[in-house]
Design a binder for this molecule. Sequence first.
Ligand code: PCA
Length: 217
Amino acid sequence: MRTPVVLVLGFEPFADEAINPSAEIARRLDGELIAQHHVVSGILPVTFTDAPTRLAELLDQHRPQLVIALGQAGGRGEISLERVAINLIDARIADNAGLQPIDAEVLHAGPGAYFSTLPIKAIREELEALNVPSALSLSAGTYVCNQVAYWLGHLLATEHAPTRGGFIHVPWLPEQASRHPGEPSMPLEVMISGIRAAIECSLRTTTDLHVSGGTTH
Ligand code: PCA
């Protein structure tokens, strides 16, 4: 029997950045064995036309048990465990192919949203115990990451069920943040240990913790 696979996805650099921490993390985890699962990584283009296609190809190729898609969220200070991906694209800047869709659907007549099937509350507790700053997030934005998070939710709810997965945004690396004065960052090693812990936690936790992660607004 083949070793079950965890697919970890990152993105190419975009928006004037020379690096993308999500790709650095994915590359570093590639080939690791975590809880008897083989980590395979893939890098997605930051383009609305090609990212969903590449995602679907990687899922078909590797048939993973678990998918963790990572993206950079410059300006956020914590590892953001995305709860939801919405059926909306509204790009603030053009993608790497020069496209800037505004008020478009990710999937025509698809559901309004897909929820992460990662145990995000258990992951948050785990990261807290490891002193890795993290937060539940209610918005993956309206750019390529949200589009990929939505497609991932769609593919896992349909042809790739019962594979679990979700999207996690990570902060800038310190070398990136130095070009954005006053903005937060996180060292690569801290992010890697956080994502490794998120994978381990997801493999061991099939039912998420039932603790409040909500707000009053
Ligand atoms: N972050 C962007 C797209 C690629 C990435 O790493 C986003 O949050 O949409």
